[in-house]
Design a protein around this ligand. Sequence first.
Ligand SMILES: Cc1cc2nc3c(=O)[nH]c(=O)nc-3n(C[C@H](O)[C@H](O)[C@H](O)COP(=O)(O)OP(=O)(O)OC[C@H]3O[C@@H](n4cnc5c(N)ncnc54)[C@H](O)[C@@H]3O)c2cc1C
Length: 431
Amino acid sequence: MAFATGAPAGRPEPGHPASVVIIGAGQGGYQTAASLRDHGYRGRLVLIDAEDGLPYERPPLSKAYLRGETDEGRLWLRPVSYYARQSIELVAGSVTALDPAARTVRLADGPVFGYDHLVLATGAAPRTLAVPGAALRGVHTLRTARDAAALRSSLGAARHAVVVGAGFIGLEFAAAARRAGCEVTVVEALDRPLARVVSARTAGHFTRLHRREGSRLLFGQGVAALHGDERDRVTAVELADGTRLPADLVLAGIGVVPRTGLAAAAGLRVSGGIAVDSHLLTSDPHISAVGDCAAFPQVRSGNRLRLESVQNAVGHAETVAARLTGTARGYSELPWFWSDQFATTVQIAGLDEGHDTEVVLGDDPDAFSVLLFRAGELQAVESVNRPTDHLAARRLLDRGVVLNPVDAAAPGFTLRGHLASHRGGPAVPVG
Ligand SMILES: Cc1cc2nc3c(=O)[nH]c(=O)nc-3n(C[C@H](O)[C@H](O)[C@H](O)COP(=O)(O)OP(=O)(O)OC[C@H]3O[C@@H](n4cnc5c(N)ncnc54)[C@H](O)[C@@H]3O)c2cc1C
């Protein structure tokens, strides 16, 4: 069902695809459509999503929205009038079949859309707990606005929240639950939080932060089962060592699985995500993939990787839109991420694919940056409550400004100063 169609699109420029269909109207799908129009694409543009409603941003779902500081309408990426003005057809429905030979996609309720170029922006689905009791009421995942609304309304009445998984989403939820007055226990299988995404030093800061705020963090612990009452409401989480934690609200924050089913069934190459080249093109020249679902070659390391961030989805989308309108360039943006928990913001510039040296800037335990080097080369910078360092780090890494660990450890060293002292220093004032 189309719920925003707008004026019919015009005739595309020679060389542009006659029509573009995008599956998934999350951050990546929305941005692909918006950037196509920004680049002057005039052909038919169809944006299909299984969730009904306008495209929205997900980061506030585990932050301001859960804390009750913002509402659903303020999550929208654009108002409905934008799609009408830009002749972007928003279609609510789940695509269940893709036929690359016929260049068509079919929705579950029947309609078929033909395409000249297809963009897969299908994102990722949260992993669910694979233990007895996982389907009890009160057990949640957090990916969609609907998930967040259910959690937000449960927070008011919940007394004992158990969070399984100490990744960003688990910890952000834990902070919101604590603020809402719940007793919070975080259970993590590994020996520290955020193990996939930050250094042990930065992880240690988050362990201390959550404990200081009154949450219990248990590491090296698996979940064996969830128990419920006669109304099938969760009442306890049983750990692998037999401990029972009282629980009336459980969040499984144990990561996501890229949505690759359509691509795989259509015979596209899938390898840790929908496999794309540096131009975000899949193994079919008429199909691109962007965002959380796409496994792309990382320019700096050569490794194929899949990232889950707004910056990555937006960067991919802009690369595809530029290519489809005649400006092909490989995707080479520097990755960056952020998270807010209590009064702490962590910002990460670059990717740490295994470091051998750390340099810490700042002696305030609640405001510092960790510089991560590998073989003398700066890989990534984690900044805790140091936004000026983060901006300078992004520019340094982006421009390939050389920095060695010895200079970084010298008294009085700042990233901002180092950036400014290099030719072609900051074009815009930092901080
Ligand atoms: C709670 C939460 C907090 C986050 N916080 C941050 C943050 O602080 N910083 C950050 O950088 N990133 C954050 N992220 C990650 C970021 O939101 C994602 O990386 C980003 O949304 C990825 O965009 P995407 O378009 O690839 O996927 P999504 O935004 O997931 O969109 C995919 C869309 O595809 C649709 N879809 C899938 N299959 C089909 C189908 N067959 N038919 C029709 N539609 C389909 C889905 O319904 C979905 O709407 C957060 C994510 C969550 C869930």
